[in-house]
Design a protein around this ligand. Structure first.
Ligand code: GDP
Ligand code: MG
Length: 679
C-alpha cells in the first residue's frame, strides 16, 4: 500500500437524513476509486457498507462502516453513518474522529429535519463541510431551492461550485463554476455536451458571484477583484480551501449517486477543499503540542472510536491515530485501565472486510487487532511513558428501558455474554442485571432496542424473551436535607454492633447529574467500612429507593461517621447508610423526572394547526415555528417521551403522510402530573 504523508489523507464522514443516499454514494465512491468492480444497490441488499444481515434486510445503515479508498495521490478514509436518530452514538463517535464531512441532501426533499440535527453535531466538532445535492435525476428535483434552504437553515454562505444542466427537462450533467465548462455528463447522455448560450451566461454570473464571495474573506482574491485582474483557477481553489477549512463557507456540488454522476468531481472536492489531519485543531489536553501531535516520529497516541467483537472476522478496535505510528508488535498503554496492550495486527477496514497492513502513521484511521484486551469506545491508547488523554466523547443518555430474560437456565450465560458484547460495541446501550435474574437494557429508543433483540436472535436464536419498552424515569429532590442515623444490633447481652452516619443532600440544577462527596470517609474509617458506605450509596443512586428510580441532579455529602472499632462491622455500615439514604430522600421530597424529547416536524403549512393541536394534547411545548420556502413549515417542540410512542403513525394520519419528524433526547424534567395518572 501507499505510504502517504498526513497532507494527503482525508478522513471524512458522510452525513445526511435517512434515505438521502449516503450508502449509495459510498458505494459509487468505492466503484469510481476501483475498490469494487460492480456497485451494489441498497434495495437489493448488495452494498459494501450495509454489510450486516439486518442492514441488508431493512435497507438502512445501523452501524457506521469505515472504508478506505485512494483517489489520485490521496487516501480517503470514509465513514458512512446511520441516519436514524436512535443511532446517534454511532454518528457522534464518527464525527469525533473525522476532519471533515460530506453532507448529502436529497434534491427533492431538501434540508430534512435529520440533516439539521447531524449538521449541528458537525458544527460542534468544528467540521468543515462540502455539500452534495443528490438524486438530481428524480422528478421534482430542485437544485436552487435546496441551495437556498441550505443557506437559510444553516445560516452560512453556501456557494454553488456546479450548475446542473438539463436537456428536454431531464437532468443530464453539470458544469464547473470555476473552470466554466462541463464537468460531467450522465452515461445515458453521451460523453460530451455543448453548453447553450444561456448556460454560458449563467456560468459567468455564478463565477462572478463566487469571486464576490471569496473577495469578502480572502485578501488575495479581493486584490485581484478590485484591480480587475483575472484570478487563476489554482488561486481560486486555494482561496476556497482556506475559507472552507475555516468553516465559513459550504461549497455545493450536485449529481446522481445512483447513476454515478458527479462522484469524481465530489472526490476531487474532498481532496481540494476538506482539511488534512495536520490542519485540524488538536483536540487533546496540553501534554503534547499540536506540532508534535501530527508528527509520526513522536510517541503514538490514538483514540478508540469503535469496537467490534464479531468472532467470524476476529475482534478489532477502530482507532484514529493522532500522533506517532503503530506497527504490529507495538505496545500501547490504555490510559483508562493502565494496562499495556500488544498490537497483534494493524488492519485497514473495508466495511465487513479487513486487510492487514504493517504500519500506520499519524492522521490515519485504522483497525487494530489487540486480541481480547479490555478496550472501550473513547479509550485513549498511548506509547508507554507518554500520558495524554484525548477529549472525551459525549453520548446522549439512554431513555428507553427493556428487560431481557433468558428462556431457560442454560441460556443465561449465553445471553449475558451477548448483552455484554453489545454494550461494549455500542456505548449508548447500558446493561444492568436486575434482582429478578434478568437484565435491564437502556437504549436510545424503541427502534434501537428492537434492532438489538433482532441481532441477538440472528446470532444465537431464541434464547430470551423481552418485556415491552418502558420510559426510563429518574428521581431527584426538591429540598436540602440533613440527617443522622444510628444502627444498633444487639448480638448478646454484652455485645452489639453499632454504626452511625450523618449525611446531607441538596438539589442540583437540571442536567448536573450526581455529585458524591465522601472525602471524610478516607480520613475517619478503615478501608473496608469505607467501601461498605460507598456501596450502599451507589446502590441507592443506581436503583433509587424501593419502587423508585435512579437518582440524578443531587449532591450527596457524607458529613460524619460514628463507630467504635470493637463494636462495628461492614454490614452495620452498609445497613445504616442504606437506611439513612432512604430516610433523607424522603425528607428532601422525591420528585419523578422524565425524559423530554426535542421534536422537529416539517409539514406543509395547511397541516400546521392539526400538528400543533396534537402536540399540545401530548403535553408538548412548541418552542419555534418557522415558515420555510414552498409552503412548508417547521415546528420545534419539547415533548415528554412517554407521549411519543406511536407518534410516527399519528403524524402520518394528521398530515396525509406529508409531514416528517425527528426526535432526540433533550433533558430530564419533572414529570407532568397528568402523565402520572395515565400510568
Ligand atoms: P441512506 O439512507 O442515506 O444511506 O440512503 P440510501 O443510499 O440507502 O438510498 C436511499 C434510496 O434512494 C435507495 O433506494 C437508493 O437506491 C435511492 N437513491 C440513492 N441515490 C439516488 C440517486 O442519485 N437517484 C435516485 N433516483 N435514487 C437514488
Ligand atoms: Mg445508509
Amino acid at each position: 500500500m501507499f505510504n502517504l504523508g498526513c497532507k494527503n489523507i482525508r478522513n471524512i464522514g458522510i452525513i445526511a437524513h435517512v434515505d438521502a443516499g449516503k450508502t449509495t454514494l459510498t458505494e459509487r465512491i468505492l466503484f469510481e476509486t476501483g475498490n469494487i468492480r460492480f456497485p451494489g444497490e441498497v434495495h437489493e441488499g448488495t452494498t459494501s457498507s450495509d454489510f450486516s444481515q439486518q442492514e441488508r434486510e431493512r435497507g438502512i445503515s445501523i452501524q457506521s462502516a469505515a472504508l478506505t479508498c485512494h483517489w489520485n495521490d490521496f487516501r480517503i478514509n470514509i465513514v458512512d453513518t446511520p441516519g436514524h436518530v436512535d443511532f446517534t452514538a454511532e454518528v457522534e463517535r464518527t464525527l469525533r474522529v473525522m476532519d471533515g464531512a460530506v453532507a448529502v441532501f436529497c434534491a427533492v426533499h431538501g434540508v430534512q429535519a435529520q440533516s439539521e440535527t447531524v449538521w449541528r453535531r458537525a458544527r460542534r466538532y468544528s467540521l468543515p463541510v462540502v455539500a452534495y445535492i443528490n438524486k438530481m435525476d428524480r422528478e421534482g428535483a430542485d437544485f436552487d431551492s435546496v441551495l437556498n434552504k441550505i443557506r437559510d437553515r444553516f445560516a452560512l454562505p453556501a456557494l454553488a461550485l456546479q450548475l446542473p444542466l438539463y436537456r428536454d427537462g431531464n437532468f443530464v450533467g453539470a458544469a464547473d463554476v470555476i473552470e466554466k465548462k462541463v464537468v460531467f455528463v450522465l452515461e445515458d447522455y453521451g460523453s460530451s455536451l455543448e453548453l447553450s448560450v444561456s448556460e454560458q451566461l449563467d456560468l459567468e454570473l455564478a463565477h462572478e458571484h463566487l469571486l464576490e464571495c471569496l473577495a469578502e474573506s480572502d485578501d488575495e482574491v479581493l486584490r485581484c477583484y478590485l484591480n480587475n485582474e483575472a484570478v487563476l483557477a489554482k488561486e481560486l481553489i486555494a482561496a476556497l480551501r482556506r475559507t472552507v477549512c475555516a468553516g465559513v463557507l459550504i461549497p455545493v456540488f450536485c449529481g446522481s449517486a445512483r447513476q454515478t454522476g458527479g462522484v469524481k468531481a465530489l472526490l476531487d472536492a474532498v481532496c481540494q477543499y476538506l482539511p488534512s489531519p495536520r490542519v485540524k485543531k488538536a483536540q487533546v489536553d496540553l501534554v503534547i503540542s499540536s506540532d508534535e501531535l501530527a508528527s509520526s516520529s513522536s510517541a503514538a497516541c490514538c483514540l478508540v472510536f469503535n469496537v467490534s467483537r464479531e468472532s467470524w472476522q476476529g475482534s478489532w478496535i477502530a482507532v484514529r491515530l493522532y500522533s506517532g505510528s503503530i506497527s504490529s508488535g507495538s505496545k500501547l498503554k490504555n490510559i483508562r485501565t493502565s494496562e499495556l496492550v500488544t498490537v497483534k495486527r494493524v488492519l485497514r477496514l473495508q466495511a465487513a472486510e479487513t486487510c492487514e497492513i504493517n504500519h500506520a502513521a499519524a492522521g490515519d484511521i485504522v483497525a487494530l487487532d489487540i486480541g481480547e484486551a479490555d478496550c472501550k469506545t473513547a479509550d485513549t491508547l498511548c506509547s508507554e511513558g507518554f500520558i495524554s488523554v484525548l477529549e472525551e466523547m459525549s453520548f446522549p443518555e439512554p431513555v428507553v428501558l427493556i428487560t431481557f430474560i433468558a428462556s431457560t437456565d442454560e441460556h443465561r450465560d449465553l445471553l449475558a455474554q451477548a448483552l455484554e458484547k453489545s454494550a461494549v460495541e455500542d456505548p449508548s446501550l447500558r446493561v444492568t442485571a436486575n434482582p429478578e435474574g434478568g437484565w435491564t437494557v437502556a437504549g436510545m429508543g424503541a427502534f434501537h432496542l428492537e434492532v438489538l433483540q433482532e441481532r441477538i436472535k440472528i446470532q444465537h436464536g431464541n434464547i430470551f424473551s423481552c418485556g415491552i419498552p418502558q420510559v426510563k424515569y429518574k428521581n431527584s429532590i426538591l429540598k436540602c436535607a440533613e440527617l443522622r442515623k444510628d444502627f444498633v444490633k444487639q448480638l448478646t447481652s454484652e455485645k452489639s454492633l453499632k454504626a452511625g452516619i450523618k449525611i446531607s443532600v441538596s438539589p442540583l440544577n437540571k442536567g448536573k447529574g450526581l455529585i458524591l462527596d465522601t472525602e471524610i470517609l478516607q480520613k475517619e474509617l478503615p478501608e473496608s467500612y469505607c467501601d461498605a458506605v460507598k456501596q450502599a450509596i451507589d446502590e441507592v443512586v443506581e436503583s433509587g429507593v424501593p419502587g423508585g428510580h435512579p437518582l440524578t441532579d443531587i449532591r450527596i455529602l457524607v458529613q460524619e461517621v460514628y463507630f467504635d472499632a470493637d463494636e462495628t462491622s461492614e454490614l452495620a455500615f452498609l445497613t445504616v447508610t442504606k437506611l439513612a439514604m432512604e430516610e433523607i430522600l424522603d425528607l428532601a421530597v422525591l420528585v419523578e423526572l422524565e425524559p423530554v424529547m426535542r421534536l422537529e416536524v416539517s409539514t406543509p403549512q395547511d397541516h400546521v394547526g392539526n400538528v400543533i393541536a396534537d402536540l399540545t394534547a401530548r403535553q408538548g411545548r412548541v418552542i419555534e415555528l418557522d415558515s420555510l420556502a414552498l409552503g412548508e413549515s417547521r415546528i420545534e417542540a419539547l415533548v415528554p417521551l412517554s407521549e411519543m410512542f406511536g407518534y410516527a403513525n399519528a403524524l402520518r394520519t394528521l398530515s396525509s403522510g406529508r409531514a416528517e419528524f425527528t426526535v432526540e433526547p433533550s433533558s430530564y424534567e419533572v414529570r407532568h402530573e397528568s402523565a402520572k395518572l395515565n400510568q
